[in-house]
Structure formats: structure tokens, C-alpha cells
Write a protein that binds this ligand. Sequence first.
Ligand code: GRF
Length: 228
Amino acid sequence: MTGRIRTAVLVSGRGSNMMSLIEASRRPGYPADIVLVASNRPDAGGLQHARAEGIEAIAIDHRAHPDRESFERALDEALNARGIELVCLAGFMRVLTSWFVTRWAGRLLNIHPSLLPLFRGIHTHRQALEAGVLLHGCTVHFVIPELDAGPIIAQACVPVISDDTEESLAARVLAREHRLYPTALALVASGRARLVEDRVKFESGWSCEGEIASPPFDSWSETPSTSG
Ligand code: GRF
């Protein structure tokens, strides 16, 4: 297929969200092509999974670089050398500096396991249980220098059930992440969601309304679905 957006996924761990993006990118009409997986950890399971799918997977070990800036320059060079247009963070556990984030502004996405702006940072499921919320979920957002604070592209929610543990809640959210991230990437790669100043601007009819009206990501070239 021509005209698909060359996309890289950055991982530090098992890469289950990465796999959901790879699977989605193989569906007819999907507007992004996952052409590179990169990790700051040479032992990240995600690298092996990507290679098994025939996708180039590289390690750029942050420990081999004297500082954040030289690590990020190496990452930036690797992305540019492959003509990458969009970057998806998927369990990428390095905080990126404003130098990198600014270079990739509007082209850098992250998935976070909470309904932002609630529960930034780590242990989001524990935070949700401690807060006693009845709805929890996940968010895909554009990355800005402030952590977990970028403009929101898509969100999905799950119920919190009375005998939930961190693990059971995490599993419910993760299953929802695997559907949300491909939807959000498709919105951005197709140009239907873009960063304009500090807001996400959606093409009319295409805003992702969480569970209710997210259009199926195999129909991106067709007309948007409508919600009542
Ligand atoms: C996901 O929960 C994601 O939201 C968070 O890190 C986790 C990565 O999991 N940023 P995986 O590597 O995609 O399985």
C-alpha cells in the first residue's frame, strides 16, 4: 500500500500494545505502517516479538550513553534515517527531554493506563483503587514535555469492580488499551486528529468519543460513524 504513514513504536518491555498496533497496521485501509520498533533495553521482550513479525527492531541502550541528550540524539538519528513520520510510545520507560519532545511535537503519541488527567505517573491502578473511582481506563495523548499531561486524542473506560485487585484491574484496562491505541493512531495517521497549538483538533465527525462512538479502525477511508 502507498501513502501509509511510516511509524515507529518505542518499547521498554513486553510490548503487548506494540503487538496490537502491528496487528492493526495489517488490516486493509489502516493508515499507518509500523516499520520500526526500538527499545532502550536490549532485553525487552517487545524486540523479539517485533522481529518474529518481520519488523526491524533495534536496541539503543541508554546505559551506553553518557547522558540523556546523547541517548536521544542517537534515537532521533535512527528514526530520521528510516524516514519515520510518527512515533508511538508503548510502555517506553524513559522520560524524554523537551529537546526530543519538541522535535517530534504533534508526531509523538503515548498510551497511559488511566483516564488522564487522573492518576499520572506510575501505579495507576493502585491509585484508582485507593481513590475509590468506579470508572477507570486508558488515554492516548500527544506527548509534551510535562509528563502524562499532553493533549488527549482518545480515551476508553472500564468499570472498577468491588473485589478488583491491582492485577485484575490492570488486565481489564490493558485489554481496552489494545483496542484504543490502534484507533488513536489511525486518527492521527489519517490526519483526522492533529495537534493545533495545545489542543487536539478533530476533523468533523471523527472525534473519538471513547467507548461510544469510536469508529472501527478498518473503515478509515470511509465515512465516520455517527453517534445518536
Ligand atoms: C501499558 O499499560 C501502557 O499503558 C503503559 O505501559 C504498559 C505497557 O505494556 N504505558 P505493554 O508493554 O504494551 O504490554
